[in-house]
Design a protein around this ligand. Structure first.
Ligand code: GDP
Length: 294
């Protein structure tokens, strides 16, 4: 994961090797290389510029210690700044209410339904009862897919195949959960191939009607800057609470992971790293920064 970025950053730090201290002159080339490495990783240009400006200011402000080399000092500064860029600390999903409701949004193919199954597994492990809700009124196959996943992970799936009103389906599902003592409801909504007005209105209406304790936006990390732009569009309409980055196992660049937080100002809460139900992790910015720096 992100191998290219790791290699390029490593090379950038090496330009400081043999230097006795960090000065404006010898740090300039390193900063330029770091910026190029970030842009090559598909990090938004403005974000790459802001973060490298911060790295430079930070480096220039440090007293030169005899115990660390300029290369080591720079590595530490970059680690700190990348961690901050990705949000600083881990952020949990908020499960409030009885039942607590989690609304999933995102484009078709983003990995939303797979994530619904993974999240159900994750919450079930915390000894909470879960109800999955299939709210895609356009693709009967999507309902079947969720049912198969539900069976696989041992979680009941609620659906109303003949109802074409997602607001009603969600409300009925929540009432069903209350009656049947399910503590967490995960609603999988319809995905489209591209953002469209009807889709946005529909999910806005669902959100307004059910007031979920958590609205998550699921996005394919391999789409880089497109992922960031789609996240922004969804957030402008939905004001979601967190991002789920999927397919990180296939993302060799890292642009979405690095820039979504800064551009959208919402935390990444989960990362999905494979098709298996266990391939889900909470997002720890410091661990990701560590991985990038090798
Ligand atoms: P949806 O249309 O958003 O509900 O997307 P799906 O959940 O159906 O996923 C689309 C495809 O991506 C499926 O083939 C999934 O198996 C695959 N997929 C989902 N998440 C991941 C992931 O984290 N890594 C990989 N490699 N594939 C994934």
């Amino acid at each position: 994961m992100f191998d290219n970025l790791s290699t390029k950053l490593d090379k950038a730090f090496k330009t400081l090797k043999g230097q006795g201290s960090i000065t404006e002159i010898n740090v300039a080339a390193t900063i330029k290389e770091i910026r190029r490495a970030l842009v090559d990783a598909d990090v938004n240009y403005k974000v790459a510029k802001e973060v490298t400006d911060k790295i430079k200011d930070e480096a220039m402000g440090r007293d030169v210690l005899t115990t660390v080399s300029p290369g080591q000092l720079m590595t530490k500064i970059v680690y700190d700044e990348l961690t901050q860029l990705m949000g600083g600390t881990k952020e949990d999903v908020v499960l409030k209410g009885d039942p607590a409701v989690i609304l999933l949004s995102g484009l078709q193919g983003s990995g939303k339904t797979t994530f619904a199954g993974k999240l159900a597994t994750f919450i079930k492990k915390q000894n909470r009862t879960v109800l999955l809700v299939a709210c895609d009124i356009y693709r009967p196959a999507a309902i079947d897919q969720l049912k198969v996943l539900g069976e696989q992970v041992g979680v009941e799936v609620y659906s109303e195949p003949d109802n074409k009103n997602p607001v009603e389906i969600s409300q009925n599902a929540i009432a069903y959960a209350k009656k049947n003592n399910k503590k967490v409801v995960i609603i999988d909504t319809a995905g489209r191939l591209a953002v469209d007005e009807q889709m946005m209105r529909e999910i806005e209406a669902v959100k307004r009607a059910i007031n979920p304790s958590e609205t998550l936006f699921v996005v394919d990390s391999m789409t880089g800057q497109d992922a960031v732009n789609t996240a922004k569009t969804f957030n402008d309409r939905l004001n979601f609470d967190g991002v789920v980055l999927t397919k990180l196992d296939g993302d060799s660049r890292g642009g979405a992971a690095l820039s979504i937080r800064a551009v959208v100002e919402k935390p990444i809460k989960f990362i999905s790293t494979g098709e298996k139900m266990e391939a889900l992790d909470m997002f720890y910015p410091e661990r990701m920064a560590q991985r990038i720096l090798g």
